[in-house]
Design a protein around this ligand. Structure first.
Ligand code: SF4
Length: 233
């Protein structure tokens, strides 16, 4: 597939080192957005390297260590090569690297629709307000049950999304309580995603309906389009 536009602009080598902000990047690829309310949009994904958590269902373990350092300007040039205005910064955990904040801001200024997917364990309030924050809330069966930064509750509004990966009935009940206690159903978009191959989509759909929950069921569309283990899609 060749969706790339001609490469234009300054390469990293043309910049002086004092200008360079570096981010360790695992991969940059063009695919269909499989999650969030922007699902279905052709999107450039910038996957950063490194994560401090180890969730039981993690499907990007290859991003824990693999990657190469890239300048922010070079990442912007790579993004410009694709025919879309949607960019998703994901990981790993993107917010572990300070220059990700700058990258997100520059992409917004370049009039991209930017989303950042984060574990929810780090403070997202410093991200540019134009960024759509997709904030995971780690459930008891995630393997990282206390990984949540409470400051992120300040971002509960219509522009952002709170996502729960549900692994069990206990997780479902926990997520419902968390949303009610923190007013999330009233303030923001709440997404429940079944832990892939752990619980079925149908089970979670029925659970949402029978509980009269107002969470939205979210499937990882990319896993149904491509192979569930395929990288770069
Ligand atoms: S936060 Fe995301 S990248 Fe990190 S271990 Fe959990 S699922 Fe994997």
């Amino acid at each position: 597939m060749n969706y790339k536009k001609p490469y234009k602009g300054r390469a990293l080598s043309a910049l002086s080192m004092s200008e360079v902000e570096l981010i360790k990047v695992n991969e940059i690829f063009f695919s269909i957005q499989g999650e969030s309310s922007w699902v279905g949009h052709p999107t450039v994904f910038v996957r950063t390297s490194g994560c401090h958590l180890r969730c039981t269902y993690c499907d990007t373990t290859y991003a824990y260590y693999e990657g190469q350092l890239m300048g922010v300007e070079d990442i912007l040039l790579q993004v410009q090569r694709y025919q879309t205005k949607y960019v998703c910064i994901t990981g790993g955990e993107p917010l572990l690297q300070k220059d990700v904040f700058l990258l997100a801001e520059k992409l917004c200024t370049d009039e991209y629709f930017v989303s950042v997917e984060t574990s929810g364990d780090l403070d997202c309030t410093r991200l540019d307000p134009r960024v759509k924050k997709i904030i995971d809330v780690k459930t008891p069966d995630s393997g990282a049950p206390h990984a949540f930064c409470k400051a992120n509750l300040n971002l509960a509004d219509v522009n952002n999304e709170f996502k729960f990966v549900i692994c069990s009935e206990k997780d479902f009940e926990w997520a419902e309580n968390f949303c009610v206690e923190n007013g999330l159903f009233k303030k923001t978009n709440v997404l429940y995603s079944p832990s892939y191959s752990v619980i079925s989509e149908k089970w979670l759909a029925k659970k949402i309906l029978s509980s009269a929950s107002t969470a939205r069921l979210q499937l990882q569309l990319h896993k149904y389009i491509w192979s569930p283990t395929e990288r770069g899609v």
